[in-house]
Design a binder for this molecule. Structure first.
Ligand code: ATP
Length: 372
């Protein structure tokens, strides 16, 4: 197709990986079956930084292992570049994996560690050397080509593990908690470096983590998982600002979740009852009278107001303890009935003392009504 043809599929439109109704069940004979992955449908675009995020045991690694070919789905189909690969062994997929434990050979130097896969494949020495150096340069480790793994820091070893995967020129790179063994500062540095590297190389990266901050920092899109089921797929902003259900709202960041019931819904306006008061605001969800729901409000959306001014959404109670967290403090407000709200307040702003009666308010647009 001509390069200026607007109908030509761009790299971003191309689907690199597709899972169609994929299930992975462990322990079907005798013991209770575990649905590690439960009817998963998903499309990952070429060149995307895609992250599986969820608590321990939610099925992230099993999903990754199926994509890599280390595990076969119990049912469903797996497509790479639109071709079914169910049953195709791992070494015949153009995919490489970087694990949390780097698994470098301790007795080989960096050059031979990175070039190991190429020598197994019989790639000629001169080409191997050139590809190893290019891979090392892409992770800024060319200077360490003759060092042994024991002469490298944890972050440097992780970079070598990345180079060892990149040298194979995979179309997809899988990363399973690759920074799990690094301290916090190094982890942050590596997050930014790997993200920059992915942009530069344009390879599809599929990342697994249980660290929400890591997922939000690095990903183009995130699949939030729980009990083998994808709860929501969206970009970091969508996941944080528009959680689809209580699980995502509770798992990502801090969230106040208040039980509520719908009093009326007419047109776009809903009136709900929560904490003994009624609030009205715009909501496009198809809610019905009497329906129970949850009001989800981020702590940073709440601020202290003087009780006598009228606010569309406000909550009054007794001020609890405040926790100092640098630029802000997390203040609590205990409402009648014992519900505790958290508000994140700038330390440059004045706030009521512990034990005082006070009111927190928020803009109605900051409230997310959740029905699932
Ligand atoms: P973590 O973050 O702890 O690594 P995860 O989200 O990656 O967890 P998986 O390792 O995919 O979760 O496991 C999903 C579920 O499948 C868990 O209940 C786990 O116990 C189970 N499971 C995983 N592998 C096997 C196996 N080989 N045999 C039996 N059960 C397994």
């Amino acid at each position: 197709m001509p390069p200026n043809d607007k109908t030509a599929p761009t790299r971003a439109d191309r689907i690199a990986i597709e899972l169609i109704d994929v299930c992975k069940i462990f322990g079907t004979t005798g013991e209770k079956a575990t649905y590690a992955v439960d009817h998963m449908n998903l499309k990952i675009r070429a060149g995307e930084f895609f992250t599986f995020l969820g608590p321990s045991g939610c099925g992230k690694t099993t999903t990754l292992r199926m994509i890599a070919g280390f595990e076969e789905p119990t049912s469903g189909q797996l497509l790479l570049d639109n071709k079914e690969v169910t049953g195709v062994p791992a070494h015949q997929r153009n995919i490489n994996t970087v694990f949390q434990n780097y698994a470098l050979f301790p007795h080989l130097d960096v050059e031979r560690n990175v070039g190991f896969g190429l020598s197994v494949k019989g790639v000629a020495k001169s080409e191997r050397k050139a590809r190893v150096m290019a891979a090392l340069e892409s992770v800024h480790m060319a200077h360490a080509v003759h060092r042994k793994p024991s002469e490298l820091s944890g972050g440097q070893q992780q970079r070598i593990a990345l180079a060892r995967a990149l040298v194979n020129e995979p179309s997809v790179l899988l990363l399973d908690e690759p920074f799990g063994a690094l301290d916090l500062k190094l982890r942050r540095e590596m997050q930014l470096e790997v993200k920059e590297m992915q942009r530069r190389l344009g390879i599809t990266f599929i990342f697994v983590t249980h660290d929400q901050e890591e997922a939000l920092t690095m990903s183009d899109r995130i699949a939030v998982m729980s009990s083998g089921v994808i709860q929501q797929v969206d970009g970091p902003v969508g996941i944080y600002e528009r959680p689809a259900n209580r699980f995502t709202a509770g798992f990502i960041g801090d969230m106040n979740m208040i039980n509520a019931a719908v009093v009326t819904k007419s047109g776009k306006t809903v009136v709900v009852e929560a904490t003994g008061s009624q609030f009205d605001f715009d909501c496009t969800l198809p809610l019905t009278r009497g329906q129970t729901c949850t009001l989800a409000i981020r702590p940073e959306a709440l601020h202290f107001v003087t009780p006598d001014t009228r606010h569309q959404v406000s909550f009054s109670g007794t001020v609890g303890e405040a926790i100092y967290i640098g630029t802000d403090s997390v203040c609590s407000l205990i409402l009648p009935g014992g519900i505790k709200l958290q508000a994140r307040i700038r330390n440059t702003q004045s706030r009521p003392e512990t034990g005082q009666m006070a009111t927190l308010a928020c803009d109605p647009s900051a409230i997310r009504i959740l029905t699932q």
